[in-house]
Design a protein around this ligand. Structure first.
Ligand code: PMP
Length: 408
């Protein structure tokens, strides 16, 4: 298709067409998880209706179909990320699992006493805690790249941290889930490599919005979740450079990740299976491939243009509300608006908006250090996807105004 047809697109996501608490659903919680196109739902149904079997070792027809379907998604991901090869695409259960894998394998093998791991003040807890855990174990230290009032990372401070420290590793998100900032990862990676540090990019919030070329960006590790990319829950992807992945010890032990097991000793499988112990989430991996197909079927740039229009419109509408302050106004951001309102607790807003059929997220967004930076307990966050519309923003703003009147 070369024209973005919003009516058709909304029909492709059946969940959107429903009433919630007597009002049309307005789903603005896309940063928490995205909705699934019919193709993905059909693929799940098809898999369990026709193809279900365990993969890789079976010689029968169903096992072969299941294996082919599972491996086809790996191939689609290789193309999606422009990875060098499919064996650098490791299936996990999500972003969190991918980050923990790298911390527990690369980190365990490479960090030692006095080493510094840099994270940013914009991180989700899942890109902080795994580094704290391995740092504690190895006597390494986690240090923080500061963020300014607008929500932009301080690159001058970053370079100083790199130059004055034994920085072994940098772990940053591409996009902040809490306030939407797009971080300059190309520069971050280039600078880290200059001092010999490796970089993990948490892509949980970026992959749904724009393309990532792992080779062009020279990314060492990239982790993301299928469920934030219009695919099922329970599936994630870890991309890594081959030399790094090959040198890393395995993570979990079990079936599939071995070459040969004996009581005298065990040898490990090659990539990517070395990191895929046990029966994986076959059905959801298979269905995830259809989410990638769906995205590919949309006209180029349509996603970004639609979301940009929604962000501009929502920002403009919200700024007209008395006492409302937008938290995080980075010049480069995705379609996320995080805001607070004088004298009103975010949670009360979230609860009341739901009565009008509007789904947003309130709270700390798993980014407590960022909330602490702004001296907030939390924010209200409306996050948009390409299937959202300006008329939904009108419904949201109207409901928000009534909510504020009710609460004050
Ligand atoms: N990082 C970021 C930036 C996120 O937004 C999220 C999900 N909110 C995660 C990591 C964790 O993803 P998951 O819960 O799917 O593992």
């Amino acid at each position: 298709a070369d024209k973005f047809d919003i009516e058709q697109v909304r029909k492709d996501f059946p969940i959107l067409d429903q009433q919630v608490n007597g009002a049309p659903l307005v789903y603005f919680d896309n940063a928490a998880t995205t909705q699934k196109p019919q193709m993905v739902i059909d693929a799940l149904n098809h898999y369990y209706t026709r193809d279900n079997a365990n993969i890789h070792r079976g010689l029968h027809t169903l096992a072969e179909r299941a294996t082919t379907g599972y491996e086809l998604t790996r191939k689609k991901l290789k193309d999606f990320l422009n990875a060098e090869s499919t064996d650098q695409i490791i299936f996990t259960s999500g972003t969190t699992a991918g980050i923990n894998l790298v911390a527990q394998t690369y980190g365990r093998a490479n960090f030692s006493k006095g080493d510094v791991i840099l994270v940013s003040n914009l991180e989700h807890h899942s890109n902080i805690v795994p580094w704290q855990m391995i740092a504690e174990e190895k006597g390494a230290e986690v240090q923080v790249i500061p963020v300014d009032e607008a929500g932009v990372l301080d690159m001058k401070a970053y370079v100083e941290l790199l130059d004055s420290n034994r920085v072994k590793f940098v772990a940053v998100n591409h996009v902040s889930n809490a306030i939407g900032t797009i971080n300059p990862i190309s520069y971050i990676i280039e600078q880290a490599h200059r001092v010999g540090a490796k970089v993990l990019i948490d892509g949980a919030q970026s992959v749904a919005h724009f393309e990532i070329d792992v080779q062009a960006l020279d990314i060492d590790f990239l982790a993301f979740s299928a469920h934030k990319l219009f695919g099922p829950t329970g599936v994630g992807v870890l991309y890594g450079k081959r030399t790094l992945l090959e040198a890393m010890p395995p993570y979990q032990g079990g079936g599939e990740m071995i070459k040969e097991v004996s009581f005298a000793g065990t040898t490990y499988n090659e990539l990517p299976y070395k990191f895929e112990a046990g029966t994986p989430n076959i059905a959801d991996v298979y269905a995830f491939g259809f989410a990638l197909d769906y995205l590919k079927s949309l006209p180029k740039n349509a996603v970004w243009e639609q979301e940009k229009a929604l962000l501009d419109y929502a920002t403009e509408q919200l700024m007209q509300i008395d006492g409302l302050r937008i938290v995080g106004q980075a010049p480069e951001k995705i379609a996320v608006v995080s805001f607070v309102i004088d004298g009103v607790h975010p949670q009360d807003i979230g609860v009341l908006l739901d009565k009008f059929g509007v789904a947003i997220r309130t709270g700390h967004h798993c980014a407590q250090p960022l909330m602490a930076r702004y001296e907030l307990v939390g924010t209200c966050r409306a996050s948009f996807a390409f299937y959202n519309t300006k008329s939904e923003i009108d419904l949201f703003v109207k409901a928000l105004k009534r909510t504020i009147t009710m609460l004050s």
